[in-house]
Design a protein around this ligand. Structure first.
Ligand code: NAD
Length: 299
């Protein structure tokens, strides 16, 4: 059995950030201002703080403005909505991201619905969900868009391939399925109620695992030569002598990499793509909002 080739998401993301930096510099020269991303964080969830810090750092490193808004956990929902409205009206802000999850006294759907869809660089607003479903230009959630970029880079055309997406979340599974459909794959969405999941996965030329269960997808579920995209990020309990457990995906890498044709590792696969695509979406939003032409497919 030959070993699968490793899909280097970390390297691809670095290249994408370079392209975004060039496009951002070009935007600044044409528009007379930098593209800008506003990130709103409510509360002090440690994981969210790390994400927001990384987003800010990478936005600035790509030559764009990062506007960070940190609100205390007890902020009334009305105050958050008022901030979003202010950002909607601010011409220096091209993209708005409200870090999820929000505290339990806030209605996430209501907050997302308040973001101007043309600044919704996370692609979570129902208008953008509808645009994706109907094939109109909009914004697509960053993680699944990153997965499609990796797949097209590896395989070229995806037309006619059988794709199985495991997971049906609004953030990953459903938009992933829509994107693969738009690439003319034959798409199956599997989920927690799917019967005989291994048999369903065995049909797939492309497997996308977005479940949140450590090493669930085994090598003997994979069709020989298939391309496997592992979105999962799970931390195992620490082994003896370790302070922190190992990070693993939803795919059992050791067995799957013996069967697959190509596979993303965890870490270093899909993970680094998410922020890079967010930056890509932001520079695209800047061009659209300023009415400056851009070949979006070339980024
Ligand atoms: P989620 O919990 O919202 O959705 C999980 C989905 O998996 C559900 O639709 C459920 O039906 C399905 N599922 C659960 N158990 C199953 C089973 N036994 N068999 C088949 N399907 C099952 O999770 P999510 O937000 O979509 O995230 C999925 C994973 O991807 C998580 O590990 C998350 O950490 C990771 N993630 C990574 C990135 C990134 O790389 N940047 C971004 C988002 C999510």
């Amino acid at each position: 059995m030959t070993e699968a080739s490793i899909i280097d998401g970390k390297g691809f993301a670095a290249g994408l950030r370079e392209r975004v930096s060039r496009v951002a510099a070009d935007f600044e020269a044409k528009a007379g201002r930098k593209a800008g991303l506003a990130v709103v964080l409510v509360g002090e969830d440690p994981a969210s703080q790390v994400y927001v810090r990384n987003k800010n750092k990478q936005t600035v490193a790509c030559g764009m403005n990062s506007f960070e808004h940190k609100l205390p956990v007890e902020t009334p929902e009305a105050d958050l909505l008022a901030l979003v409205e202010k950002l909607n009206a601010d011409p220096a802000v091209d993209g708005i991201l409200v870090q999820l999850p929000l505290p339990s006294h806030m209605n996430e759907q209501k907050v997302i619905a308040t973001i101007n869809p043309d600044k919704d660089v996370d692609g979570f607003h129902v208008v953008n969900v509808g645009r994706l479903a109907t094939g109109l230009p909009g914004f697509v959630p960053c993680t699944p868009l990153g997965c499609v970029m990796l797949l097209k880079d590896k395989l070229g055309s995806l037309s006619g391939l059988d794709a199985v997406v495991i997971g049906r979340s609004n953030i990953v599974g459903k938009p992933m399925a829509q994107l693969l459909l738009a690439e003319s794959c034959t798409v199956t969405i599997a989920h927690s109620r799917t019967r005989d999941l291994p048999a369903v996965v065995r049909r797939a030329d492309i497997v996308v695992a977005a479940v949140g269960r450590a090493e669930m997808v085994k090598g003997d579920w994979i069709k020989p030569g298939a391309t496997v995209i592992d979105v999962g990020i799970n931390r195992l309990p620490p082994a003896e002598g370790e302070t922190k457990g190992k990070l693993v995906g939803d795919v059992d890498f050791a067995s799957a990499s013996q069967v697959a044709g190509a596979i993303t590792p965890v870490p270093g696969g899909v993970g680094p793509m998410t922020i890079a695509v967010l930056l890509r979406n932001t520079v695209v939003a800047a061009h659209r909002n300023a009415g400056i032409g851009l070949d979006e497919n070339a980024i």
